[in-house]
Design a protein around this ligand. Sequence first.
Ligand code: ZN
Length: 138
Amino acid sequence: MEAKPFSDISYEQFLNEEKLMGSRCKKCGALYVPPRAICIKCYGSDMEWVEMKGKGKLAAFTVISIGPPFMIEEGYDRKNPYCSGVVELEEGARVDARVEGVDTTKPETIKIGTPVAVEFLHRGEGEKMRTFLAFKAS
Ligand SMILES: [Zn+2]
């Protein structure tokens, strides 16, 4: 596992295995999710994999009515918008993810600071399987 490069491809492979992984700079302790190979704080390149517990708080969100084609295929549109957000993980890193369990038809009811827990949304089969990171309001 430690041999995997600190790349988006590795990150997505871990998501397929239902693991939310980030990289931590061994020099200054900065944490990145998705992982970075080079620390943007100290420019160190000595990174290690860290698995996130998958709990956090909603830090920002947007309700999207017109999404990319794969979201339209899933049935999201103006009448059924979806929520995209930024989650601040307990470990301190911030990650972009889909937000589930909120009423997207009433965005005013969605609150910053809501506790959320990770969910892995698998789409497609076998080689074509992709996993989307989501967080569900608890
Ligand atoms: Zn660093």
